[in-house]
Ligand binder design. Sequence first.
Ligand code: ZN
Ligand code: ZN
Ligand code: ZN
Length: 139
Amino acid sequence: MDSEVKKLLKSHSLRLTQSRGDVISVFLDKQVAISHSDIETEIDGKYDRVTIYRTLKSFMDKGLIHKVLDDSGATRYALCHDECSEDSHKHNHIHFKCQECDETTCLELVDIPEVKLPAGFEALESNYLVSGVCNKCNQ
Ligand SMILES: [Zn+2]
Ligand SMILES: [Zn+2]
Ligand SMILES: [Zn+2]
């Protein structure tokens, strides 16, 4: 298992296990948002659905990955690049879905615009998806 994997798990106070190491490696390889079934395909039946689900949940709880909602209705997940921790996820970036390559990426540098809510409403989480053609497909 490579040192980047170990470092990531350690810095989020997650004990190193084979399944955690394998799943986080998929995220590091892909660098785009991936779904539960993408992970299943990548690890090729090495772990069952429940193990993958638990692994993803522990990563989310510790601030290592975050949910990415896209228009397909499938939940995807992406690595957190900010200082997320067990207590809170700190990012506020938009996600971009490419209609050509079908990849969803985090645009870390683009903030979700502030939304004015009516009195009595309190925002806890926002999801902002822009779809179009990504910079790779646009070349
Ligand atoms: Zn996060
Ligand atoms: Zn694309
Ligand atoms: Zn993201």
